[in-house]
Every structure is written in C-alpha cells, then in structure tokens.
Design a protein around this ligand. Structure first.
Ligand code: ACO
Length: 379
C-alpha cells in the first residue's frame, strides 16, 4: 500500500488553529500585546489587577470598575476548609502537584459547579484568580510546619501573596517586583498550557477541568519549569567568570541552556528586558549582585546563538527575581501559574464563546493489517 502523502507539522509549529482577540505576538519584531496594549506600556503603568480586568473584559477598567473587580478578587481569597485539609494531606508533594490537586478539588465544590453560563464562568475566573496565591502560600507555610496566614483586604494581589507566603508585609519594592512579574506572565497566546486549557474547554468540559489541564502542561521543564532550571544552572556555575566556559561545555555536549530559545520569538522576548532590569536592581538592593552577573555572563556567552534566533526568554531572569525575594526554587512554576491563571481563564472563555472541538490528526506510520496470532503461538 502506498503511504498517504501528508505534511506533518511536528509540534504544531506554524499552525493557526483559531482566531483570537486576547493576545498578539510578533516573534520576529519582539512585540507582545495584551488586548492590543503593548506589554512595555502595561509593565510601566498597570497593576496586575488592571491587567486581569483588561484580559477578561477586553477594556481598561474605569476607577469604579477596577474597585469592584478588586473587591471581587479580595472577597474570594479564602479557601474552603476542605481544600486546606487536602493541602495538609499532600504537604510533602511538589507545589505544582498540590496546586493541580487543590484546583481539582475546588472544581468539585465551586458554588457554580453545574453552571456553564458565561456569567458563571466569569465568576469562576475571578474565584480561581483569587484562590491561586492562597493555595501556593498556604502549602508553603504548611510544609514548613507553620500555620497558613490569612489574606489581608488592605493589600493588593501581589503584596497579599507575599504577605501570605512570609507572614510579614513586603516592602513596596518587593510588592511591585511581584506585581510586575505577574503582569509579564499573565498571558502569552497559544502556549502549551493555554492550548491544553483550550483543548479541554473545546470538549465543553468545565472551567476547573480546563485549568487543571493547563497546570499539567505548565509543569514541564520545556515550559514553566525553565526558571527553576536556570537557577540550578547559576548554582552549578558558582562564579561569574566560570559562566562562559560552562556554557561552551554544555553546548559542546549538545545540551540546551535553559531560559533561551522560544517557539515564537526569534529575537529577544520583550518580557525579558523588564525582568533583566528588575534582576539587576534587586541584586544590588539585596546585596547579591553575583547571581545577576552570572546570568549576564551566560547571556553574553550565548550571543553567537542569536544567529539561529536563540535569545533569552521570560524564564531566564524570572528565577533570579524569586531568588532575591527569598522564594524557594520549587515555587517558581506555581508563581508562573499565579500570574498566568488569568490568561488561561480568558482563553477558556474565548474558546467557549465560539467553540469547535479541537481534534487534530496524527499521521499513522506503523504497520498495516497485521495478522492476529493466538496467545499460545506468540514467541
Ligand atoms: N539552548 C541551546 N540550543 C537551543 C535552545 C537552547 N535553550 N533552544 C533551542 N535550541 C536549538 C536546538 O538545539 C535546535 O538546534 P538544531 O536545529 O541545530 O537541532 C534549534 O535551536 C531549534 O530548537 P527546537 O527544539 O526545534 O525549538 P522549539 O521551538 O521546538 O523549542 C523551546 C522551543 C522548547 C522553548 C526550546 O528553545 C528550549 O528547549 N528552550 C529551553 C527551555 C526553556 O527555556 N523553556 C522556556 C520557554 S518560554 C516559556 O515556556 C515560558
């Protein structure tokens, strides 16, 4: 039989599976827009709460709309006790596994569990966005043998997360660093986790199920896990002057340098600029310029790969920000998820609003029509 001639788009590279009004990326020019607004303007002027409103509602909020949205987030920060119990039960698991399990549990008891209306989905979107930081912070406290810290209504989303994580009010610079990090991670079009969310949503599964799919996809080192791997690399290198030789050794051994390369960006990821600047400022402020210097030297050693379109991505400097804020390495991916939840729920709502089940093809290359062999005759 002559094999059918098909073009296989490995990794779905270059495939548009739908249209979107959420996010635009120009990977050649290094442009990123959320709902038409440039990431550099949002990074300079917006708060995470404003970006959440913008993504969900496709417009910048008025003062009144922002106040109401902020109040809705604050009203939903506390977790049901049954979810706290689950976090206690799995306290020794990886924080991403705990987050995935807690969201799954929330999906069983959400007040709108059986309601698939758009209004209910907006309520679920706000609840999930408000609950993510509480899950991650509560787990971190519990596994350290500490009591979870209750959320504070007088603190914004980012400051309240740091408060719940550490039990002390963050200084304004730390709170703004976290806020900026959440803004930069809020949305990135059809990346693997948002795509996973849309695949689940396209079957008309509920929002919590789709978010669980997204969390699962974010966990891997080729997506959300890279920031943690970057900081392991910094530790392995140890001193700034060793960076160049270390990078050359890795490349000679055909290993990838984490925090570099991107499916879409063939120039610098526009988010990296803000994280690089923040990393330098925090490094000086917290008396640890060495981490930043090692990262800079890795970046310089990687310059020859720019000819192949390999530049730093969002994950390269993100880990150092968390490190400077005193956050343990296995929380880096959950923190990415705390920022990204708003992007996921926005994609799920967009998918629901004009749905067709996502069902691509696999080109079969195995044997055809094999002869059945009874079990007694198999060798
Ligand atoms: N270090 C060294 N070489 C690299 C890197 C890297 N980080 N990334 C890609 N390359 C090389 C590949 O070896 C390949 O070279 P070849 O053509 O000579 O074989 C070429 O660039 C193309 O690589 P692909 O794997 O085809 O690129 P793809 O678009 O499939 O992968 C990915 C993108 C997964 C991000 C990749 O660049 C990578 O593994 N990076 C490291 C992990 C990372 O930083 N992930 C975070 C991504 S951003 C995010 O998810 C938030």
């Amino acid at each position: 039989m002559v094999a059918e001639q098909v073009v296989v788009h490995k990794g779905l590279e270059g495939i548009h599976f739908d249209t979107t009004k959420i996010c635009h990326i120009d990977g050649q020019k290094g442009i990123l827009l959320y709902r038409g607004y440039n990431i550099h303007d949002l990074a300079a002027n917006a708060t995470y709460e404003e970006v959440c409103y913008l993504l969900l509602h496709d417009k910048l909020p008025t003062k009144q709309e922002l106040a109401e949205f902020d109040a809705a987030l604050k009203a939903n920060r506390t977790l049901p006790s049954v979810v706290m119990d689950i976090i206690r039960t799995f306290k020794d698991a990886h924080p991403m596994d705990v987050l995935r399990t807690a969201v799954s549990a929330l999906g069983c008891i959400d007040p709108d569990v059986k309601d698939m209306s758009m209004e209910a989905n907006y309520r679920k979107a706000i609840r999930l966005t408000a609950q993510f930081p509480t899950i991650v912070a509560a787990h971190e406290r519990i596994r350290k043998g500490l009591e979870p810290v209750s959320p504070r209504d007088d603190l914004g989303h980012a400051a309240n997360f740091l408060w719940m994580l550490k039990g002390e009010e963050p200084d304004p610079d730390a709170a703004r660093a976290m806020d900026l990090d959440f803004i930069l991670h809020a949305e990135h079009s059809s990346n693997a986790s948002a795509f996973a969310a849309r695949v689940a949503a396209s079957t008309l599964a509920d929002m919590h199920s789709a978010v669980v799919a997204a969390i699962a996809a974010l966990k891997g080192p080729l997506h959300g896990g890279a920031a943690e791997a970057v900081m392991e690399m910094v530790e392995a290198i140890g001193e700034p002057e060793r960076a160049e030789a270390w990078v050359q050794e890795q490349l000679a051994a055909k290993k990838r340098i984490m925090g570099f390369g991107h499916r879409v960006y063939k120039t610098e990821d526009p988010r990296a600029r803000h994280l690089r600047e923040l990393s330098q400022v925090l490094g000086e402020r917290y008396g640890d310029p060495k981490t930043f210097q090692i990262l800079r030297n890795i970046e310089k050693a990687m310059e020859p790969l720019r000819a192949k379109g390999i530049y730093v991505n969002v994950d390269f400097y993100a880990g150092s920000i968390y490190h400077y804020l005193g956050i343990p390495a296995d929380l880096y991916i959950p923190i990415f998820a705390i920022g990204r939840i708003i992007g996921w729920v926005t994609h799920i709502i967009e998918q629901f609003s004009d749905n067709r089940i996502l069902r691509p093809l696999l080109h079969y290359v195995g044997p055809m029509e094999r002869e059945w062999v009874p079990i007694e005759q198999r060798g």
